[in-house]
Design a protein around this ligand. Structure first.
Ligand code: FES
Length: 70
C-alpha cells in the first residue's frame, strides 16, 4: 500500500473510519475541513448532530448496522 492510499474501515456498530488524504465535500461541492494526517469518522447511523462526522450518538440510539450496510 502506498503512502497516498485511503483506507475506509467499517467499524463494528459504528462509523466509517477514514485514513489518508481525502478531499471531502458536501452535496454542493464545498470542501469540508478534516484534520490533516489524522483519521476521522463519518456517521453511518444517521443520528449524528455533526454530520457528516460521527459524534458518538450511535452509542445512545437504537439502530441496526445491517440496515446501514444494505
Ligand atoms: S455513526 Fe456515530 S453518530 Fe452516527
Amino acid at each position: 500500500m502506498s503512502d497516498s492510499a485511503v483506507t475506509i474501515t467499517i467499524t463494528p456498530n459504528g462509523p466509517y473510519k477514514v485514513e489518508g488524504s481525502v478531499d471531502l465535500r458536501d452535496a454542493e461541492g464545498t470542501p469540508i475541513e478534516t484534520r490533516e494526517d489524522r483519521p476521522f469518522f463519518l456517521c453511518r447511523c444517521g443520528f449524528s448532530t455533526n454530520k457528516p462526522f460521527c459524534d458518538g450518538t450511535h452509542n445512545r440510539e437504537e439502530w441496526s448496522p445491517a440496515l446501514a450496510d444494505g
